[in-house]
Design a protein around this ligand. Sequence first.
Ligand SMILES: Nc1nc2c(ncn2[C@@H]2O[C@H](COP(=O)(O)OP(=O)(O)OP(=O)(O)O)[C@@H](O)[C@H]2O)c(=O)[nH]1
Ligand SMILES: [Mg+2]
Length: 393
Amino acid sequence: MPGNCLLVISKNEGVNPISIADQAIESGIIDKVIISDGSNQETFNRLKKKETKKIEVISEKKFVKTNEIGKGIGMINGGLAALEQNFDCIGYIDGDIYNPNIGKWFEFLFEPLDKNVDVVKAAFSRNPTDGQITRHITKPLIAMFFPNAWEIDQPLGGELSLKKEVLKDIFTKGIAPPYGWGIDSFITMKSLMYGYTIGEVYLGQKMHGKKTLTNLQKMFIECFQEAVRMIQHFYGLPVRKKINPITMISSPFKRNPSFDDTYMDIKKEAERSLDSFKLLKKMYLPHDDLFYEIKEVNDFDSFYKKTQAININIWVELLYWLIKKYSPEYINQYFYRWKIRALSFCLHEINTVEQAESRTAFQAKAASDFMYRIGARQSVDDSSKKMYFYQRA
Ligand SMILES: Nc1nc2c(ncn2[C@@H]2O[C@H](COP(=O)(O)OP(=O)(O)OP(=O)(O)O)[C@@H](O)[C@H]2O)c(=O)[nH]1
Ligand SMILES: [Mg+2]
């Protein structure tokens, strides 16, 4: 009985995935929930005991044989399970979400797939200090290299739905999916390069576990590397498909203009990071001197003053060169620069939620415009022209 399948991706989230699964079944939109879980044995067994006819719990390694670990493994494995059971539409949700109203989301996540949308991505209200990888890496890179899609707001969110054929193409054809945090960049960018239409729908507030900028290092590295891998792959193709613009899907959820300002203490985060900025090395790229100067900073006040200069235009240009001259051995250097830009954004540009969002959109627009200014835009739009990426041996 094919229909809609929801995949809950979890690792050590207690029995929260079951609560999500129950809400999904109760919504009447979801026919089957598969929890693709990478928890320790005890938590896995607890989940397994709660299985029902409509809720199945599988190990994240059921179809993916590897010793590696990562969220990508959970998502690929869940996807393959849903394809094997021949569901028409397949959705994903993170297993750490604890909203009481999850059931209200599925109608808006799945119904657009009946119309002319191939992939639906959910977007949520976010704290101005949240989403820093999206704001400063993934969104501006999409704007530069997949320019028609620059409006996508939350390309990294774990809540999305896809048509069966689309998921099959993305996971089993062409360039293979990554096993770690790069999986969301992969799905978004591959959907774009295959010419699929992505719709984005706003679903209100999402309540889930949070990380500080410092413990985002692994996530940053994997998201950055995956973006580079996909961009280089796309521009190496002999023929590129036209990128479709993002379809904005309307929903009744209201934007939340307030935020909890105790959420992340930016001053503390900056002070904690100063030691790591001593590890900055010169990169000899446009505007990099402004970042390199942070190496000499020893207190918050000078950090505050120096980071005033690190604005949208400076960041967009440097980011372009980080991609053009990408080298895996500099990955930590990229991380420090991203962190400096994220802190600068939090300190100088975001007094309100609206401001944070409009600055984020403006930065993406600046990234897209920058490609015009330097003339790279021609090769972006023209698939007969390859784009050249410098690579160290
Ligand atoms: N199966 C599986 N799930 C994972 C793995 N790593 C993380 N997850 C799950 O993926 C979901 C998202 O992970 P989070 O750590 O919440 O990451 P995030 O929400 O994208 O990022 P933040 O906004 O920084 O919290 C959670 O439900 C995790 O339990 C893994 O290795 N395997
Ligand atoms: Mg989370």
